[in-house]
Design a protein around this ligand. Structure first.
Ligand SMILES: [Zn+2]
Ligand SMILES: [Zn+2]
Length: 138
């Protein structure tokens, strides 16, 4: 379950809403270079009757189709090792070429803003001021 923030950019003054930490059925990966966020499902795909096996996503094509349709992301079974490997490979790179990593759950400055991965969508600065504004329920 994520936290909503009202964020103000210290560089350009842009204000925006940011959800951090994902939801019940998904989380974000974030680009180490440009700060682009990408939602990733936590669980594999359920069948309609939600039987224990779920639906196999053991090819890149099946996994990509699953990634493309968020309406399918639910509290399904865990990914198999093979599925997780494919999922990781498909979500390893940002469109800018940067490396996508797990979004840090803590957005408050640690040692300095320079270590923060979240960035302003307008100017890409990471001098951001986060004010908690509520909880996110998927
Ligand atoms: Zn900005
Ligand atoms: Zn990027």
């Amino acid at each position: 379950m994520g936290q909503m923030y009202d964020v103000t950019c210290g560089a350009c003054g842009h204000c925006f809403e940011q959800a951090v930490g994902g939801g019940w059925s998904w989380y974000n990966k974030i680009c180490k270079d440009c700060g682009t966020l990408r939602p990733v499902p936590r669980n594999a795909m359920w069948t309609e009757d939600q039987n224990e096996q779920g639906i196999a996503l053991a090819t890149p094509e099946a996994m990509q189709a699953y990634l493309n349709d968020r309406s399918l992301w639910r509290r399904g079974p865990g990914f198999s090792d093979r599925e997780y490997e494919i999922l990781s490979a498909l979500t390893a790179r940002c469109t800018c070429g940067g490396e996508m990593v797990m979004e840090p759950a803590d957005v408050m400055p640690q040692e300095s803003n320079a270590k923060r991965l979240h960035r302003c969508p307008e100017c890409r600065s990471n001098e951001l001021n986060f004010i908690p504004s509520g909880l996110l329920f998927d």
